[in-house]
Write a protein that binds this ligand. Structure first.
Ligand code: ATP
Length: 246
């Protein structure tokens, strides 16, 4: 039996005010409760745009939804503020990490949480540091002094401070060594095992499909393929065309 849909994007089209063509063209995608779904595709395919639309950050980048809808737990959230989406359980860890380099690790994490209760923050902190022991060991270090992999973990940890039910991850493996990528993917699996569904944007197809249940391939602003991770990996034509798997 299929779990209920947590997130359902339907026929979504997006344009940016500065661009003449659409950045997404009638894109549909579903994340069921408990799943890790990978969103794959080359540069410029529209992956980041889709994440912005889901998290409510499109307007900030001069983009707007032209058609279609985004439903979360069966409610249409297409016009909700990004803040209200976070409160409803949708958190995003942005590409490029965007951490505060001068602030300590622990202050970066605290900045991610939105609960005002001290007990709530302490509990969330404890959970994040359990997941990322290295952040616990380096809690008082300026975040700018962390390695690339540790900064990525910090960015993911910060999103987790919000206690999400759906975590949106934008290229967590970007620029990291293979061993660290493997670690990050294992953590994604742990996060998921803890009850959080994940939408994982990746250019590292092998890494993404090693943890995802299901995957969508975006090409030129449309969903060109979708299927179980196993099915996508088994499709030779797809592998050659889109996935770049050696
Ligand atoms: P990347 O991996 O390089 O981030 P992507 O698959 O995430 O690629 P998007 O960044 O979503 O792709 O880009 C999709 C299309 O929208 C591209 O043609 C891009 O040039 C355009 N685009 C993205 N952001 C903006 C913006 N702020 N203003 C105008 N056009 C944009």
């Amino acid at each position: 039996l299929q779990a209920p849909a947590l997130l359902s994007v339907q026929d979504l089209s997006v344009t940016y005010s500065s661009g003449s063509i659409s950045a997404l063209e009638s894109v549909s995608l579903t994340v069921h409760e408990g799943e890790i779904v990978a969103l794959l595709g080359v540069n410029g395919a529209g992956k980041t745009t889709l994440l912005r639309a889901i998290s409510g950050l499109l307007g900030l980048h001069g983009g707007a939804i032209r058609a279609g809808s985004i439903r979360y737990r069966s409610a249409d959230i297409s016009s909700s503020s990004s803040w209200s989406r976070v409160r409803q359980g949708i958190s995003i860890s942005l590409e490029g990490r965007r951490i505060f380099g001068d602030l300590s690790v622990v202050d970066n994490l605290k900045a991610g949480g939105y609960t005002t209760s001290r007990a709530g923050t302490a509990k969330a902190l404890e959970q994040v540091m359990e997941l990322f022991p290295v952040l616990g060991r380096k809690r008082d270090l300026a975040a700018g002094l962390l390695s690339g992999g540790e900064q990525q973990m910090l960015a993911v940890g910060r999103a987790l401070m919000q206690g999400p039910r759906l975590l949106l991850l934008d290229e967590p493996s970007l620029g990291l060594a293979p061993l660290i990528v493997k670690q990050i993917m294992e953590i994604v699996r742990d996060i998921n095992a803890g009850g959080c569904s994940v939408l994982l944007i990746e250019q590292n197809v092998t890494a993404a499909l090693s943890v995802a249940n299901y995957a969508y391939v975006l090409d030129s602003r449309r969903v060109e393929h979708h299927g179980s991770a196993a099915a996508l990996l088994a499709d030779d034509t797809l592998r050659d065309l889109y996935l770049g798997v050696a």
